[in-house]
Design a protein around this ligand. Sequence first.
Ligand code: NAD
Length: 263
Amino acid sequence: MDKQLAGRTVFITGSGGVLGSTYVRRMLAAGARVVSSDLPGHRADALKAVHEGNANFRFYDLDVADESQVEGIFQRIMADGWEPNVVLNNAAITGEMLMGAGKSFPDFADTSVADFEKTMRVNLTGAFMIARQMDRDIIGKYPATLINVASMYALNGAHHPIYDGMPFKNFSAYGVTKAGIHGLTVWLAGYWAKRKATVNTIAPGAVFNNHSEEFQRRVGELIMAGRMCEPDEIADAMLFLASAQSGYMTGQMVNVDGGFSAW
Ligand SMILES: NC(=O)c1ccc[n+]([C@@H]2O[C@H](COP(=O)([O-])OP(=O)(O)OC[C@H]3O[C@@H](n4cnc5c(N)ncnc54)[C@H](O)[C@@H]3O)[C@@H](O)[C@H]2O)c1
């Protein structure tokens, strides 16, 4: 039997992060060609170090907030001989990323317009620009699918008390952009349907990444499953969405959140 992603060429933004690097590993194992991209830096370097020898792996520097870089990305990939038929809008400014960069989390009243707009630019405008470039370079030429990444905090509010005394918080622009990205999904689903393209949203739940026991306990109480999830548990659903088996799905949001959104 063919591997689940045989014949799929997957293009991923922000692929050096906690989830992105898991998708790359799992997709390669499932038989895909994987075109990774991320900002230059330690996350990208670590990913390249793991997969560089794999003939089914390529890496491109890409800042999704940079319009001219996004406008050129599919042409660059195609000029190198691969045609992405799965695109994953995964890059985002996340709490994990801000904490790793030693950035503070101001109270809502002190949140600057510049920080809010920067998050909008990366998480939402970046996803729009990738989708627009798919429309220009791919859609209608061959069947394709786009997967937009939201969050359990897209359609549900953040539970602010769980962040009391923690070194990080949930920030307003994050939830706003994650709600917005599903708007892009449903708008595009109908717009692309006649050109043999599908688009869906995945909404991951709380992924464990060395959080303290106290934080795990607080989050666990909000989740039917009673615990945070492992990155591979999100990848299981992501692989399905990236595969031919999701071909009759479009315009949907898939919640992989241990029941958080279902209470
Ligand atoms: N980890 C979670 O608990 C969780 C939960 C729900 C949703 N998500 C979503 O899943 C996706 C991946 O999250 P993660 O946990 O791997 O986060 P992460 O912070 O580990 O990774 C995000 C990646 O995006 C990249 N990135 C940031 N700005 C960029 C830009 N301008 N251009 C290109 N790349 C850029 C970063 O370099 C990083 O590699 C994100 O969209 C996130 O919002 C994560």
